[in-house]
Structures are given as C-alpha cells and as structure tokens.
Design a protein around this ligand. Structure first.
Ligand code: MG
Length: 331
C-alpha cells in the first residue's frame, strides 16, 4: 500500500499596499508519498478556490479514504517522478535546459514605471498581466506602457470577460499595440465559435478553459495558438500530445503554489524544453514573489528571468523536507 504523509502550510500573499494589515492567506499541503518498495517522493497539493477545488482539509480527508481528486492524482504523479530521481540520487536539475520566464504582474494598478525599468534591466522580455478586473483602466495602462517600454505582453483574463467586452477591449487598442501582445489567455468562457471570431485580434492561449473542450469533436484548426500547461493540474502527456496534434506552442506555468510545486513545474518545463526547444515559449514558473518568502523559497536561486536549480536530490530541498513535521494521512 502506498502511504501518504502531509504537512499543511499557509502562504501569505505579498500585499500590493505594504500597509495592508489583512493580506490573503492560501492553504495547501506538502505530500510525502512512500511506495511499498520504500521509494519516497514529494509534491505539493495546492487547491485553488477560484478553480472550484475543494479546500485542503477536504482534499486530505478524501486522500485518507482512498478517493483521489484530480489535483491529488497529479500530485502523486509528480511525487513519483521525484521518488525515482531520489532513489537514483539524481537531481532533477542536473544539466537542465535553461527556461526563461515571463514576469508575472498580479496587480496592474500598483505596478510602477520604476518596477518596469527594474524588470527590463533584469533581462525579462515578456510581462504577463492578470487582467479583467477593471478593463477600462487596464486598457489605458497597457497603451501607456507599450508606448513607453519596449516589451511584449501576455494578458490573462481568466475568463472574466464576456464576448462583447473582449471585443471592446481589443478595439480600444491600436493595431500596433495589439501586435505587441504575444497572446491573450482565456479571454472569456470557451466556445469554439466565439473564440474563433476574436482570434484575429491577438493569438489566443487556452489554460483552464481547456477542461471544457470536447477534443474528440473539436474542429481543426483550433482557434487558439498556445496551450498553457500547469504540471500541478494538467495531465502533461495528454496536453503535449494535443500541442503536437494541433501544431500549437506551449507554456508551462506553476499553479502559483508552494515552492515545491514550483520546483516540479520547473522540472517539467526543463524536460519539455530539451525535447521541444521551439515549441516551448517563455514559461511562468517564477511565481515566488507572489507570497511572503518561506525557507523553501529562500533556497531557490533566481537569476533575472531564470530559476537556477535547487540543491539536493530529486526536486531538491532535502534538508528542509527532512525536518518538516509530517502527519500520516489516515482515516
Ligand atoms: Mg491562466
């Protein structure tokens, strides 16, 4: 029997306003998975409320009774990869292919010009903006930034808009400005015809909306050019097969989760980069600064847009995982 051990944690969001006394807290758990042959691997289990995941206590209770959520299934799959490497005393990051990351901006309104200058000098070429909260203001800011800074943007609406709002948003930008948007992720809920109709503005990327696609019936060509793959949530082999089948590009991103989740995302990204150097675009694994740093985050070395490897075997963090207080997952 496979044995599970967990360690619940909290991640505290770095507030956009430093005087904010009530920063958002996100709960998840590290998992230690022990196979009957003694192999041991680690992964993160990080439910995201806005994606409809059950909270961490419910996830762990389900795991104890042998019912795996898709999220837990994916964690175990990642832990298995880690376990194999640990058994062989190999690091996931030895001789890894370099993967460049975009810079993630979660709060547009507080993002300053000086921050933009800092990011450019650090070597980032792409900024990913979480948008769809205040489209009118966002569009103004985006025009201004594009005028002032030679950068490319990625916009992620997380399906917050309606078809009409998206058209208005895009028509508020000049053609030259739209040309500097590399892609738009999940503009509004997936429907083939709607996405097709707006696919001429800026190339579309599909992330969470991919769950809604009936792949067996989908017409070709598909109205999106990029697939976002989150190793914490997506069956990677299936996703990569779709990328090849439909001649798409791909981006690997973390689930904005614990550094253990980030390490797994990075490992998947570096492997995909090695075998698909032209299909994998800049990725989104560098999400450490969204939260107040913990010991795990502090042991990841970051150089500009690159995550250097993490010391240790498997996905790393050997000492920290060793001293983590684990609780057996049982009924
Ligand atoms: Mg997304």
């Amino acid at each position: 029997m496979i044995q599970f051990w967990s360690h619940k944690y909290q991640l505290q969001e770095m507030p956009a306003d430093p005087s904010d006394k009530n920063p958002s807290i996100h709960e998840g758990a590290l998992l230690k998975v022990v196979w009957p042959d003694g192999r041991t691997g680690y992964a993160d289990l990080f439910p995201v409320k806005k994606f409809g995941d059950a909270d961490i206590d419910t996830q762990l209770a389900a795991l104890a009774s042998g019912k795996l959520s898709p999220l837990a299934e994916q964690s175990i799959w990642l832990a298995k990869r880690d376990a194999i490497l640990r058994k062989n005393k190999q690091s996931a990051f030895a001789g890894m292919a370099k993967v460049k990351n975009h810079f993630l901006v979660t709060d547009l309104m507080t993002f300053s010009d000086s921050k933009m200058a800092e990011i450019r000098s650090a070597g980032y070429s792409t900024l990913k903006l979480k948008v769809g909260y205040d489209p009118e203001e966002e569009v103004k800011l985006i025009s201004r930034w594009l005028k002032q800074h030679p950068i490319m943007l990625r916009l992620d609406f997380n399906s917050k808009l309606k078809f009409d709002d998206y058209q208005v948003f895009m028509l508020s930008l000049k053609q030259g400005e739209r040309a500097r948007i590399e892609f738009v992720e999940d503009p509004f809920p997936w429907n083939f015809d709607g996405w097709k109709e707006v696919s001429g503005f800026v190339p579309l990327a599909i992330d969470n909306e991919a769950e809604k696609i009936d792949w067996a019936r989908i017409k070709s060509p598909v109205p999106f050019k990029v697939m976002v793959i989150k190793p914490a949530r997506t069956d990677i082999e299936k996703a990569v097969a779709k990328v090849h089948q439909h001649a798409l590009k791909m981006v690997v991103t973390s689930s904005i989760d614990h550094p253990v989740g980030i390490a797994h995302a990075l490992h998947v990204a570096t492997e995909l980069k090695k075998f698909n150097p032209y299909t994998l675009l800049d990725c989104g694994c560098l999400t450490l600064r969204v939260y107040k740093p913990n010991e795990f985050a502090n042991s990841i070395q970051v150089t500009g847009p690159y995550l250097a490897g993490i010391k240790g075997t498997g996905i790393g963090f050997d000492d920290l995982l060793e001293k983590t207080p684990w609780v057996k997952v049982q009924k």
